[in-house]
Design a protein around this ligand. Structure first.
Ligand SMILES: [Zn+2]
Length: 57
């Protein structure tokens, strides 16, 4: 999957990193996440969301 950089709504730059993803108390392991350098907001890319959805089922 191609990783495209896009800016955060705050105007900051969004970078990729590997981080532990915990959604609804379920540890989904170390996955790709996007985070904003400016506000620190984290976003889950589609690829990661699919893994998270699989874990939550
Ligand atoms: Zn931001």
């Amino acid at each position: 999957m191609e990783k495209i950089e896009y800016p955060c709504p705050c105007g900051g730059k969004v970078k990729w990193k590997k981080d532990e993803v915990i959604v609804e108390g379920v540890n989904c392991g170390i996955l790709d996440v996007e985070y904003c350098l400016k506000c620190g907001e984290e976003y889950l890319p589609e690829e990661t969301m699919e893994i998270v959805e699989g874990k939550l089922k």
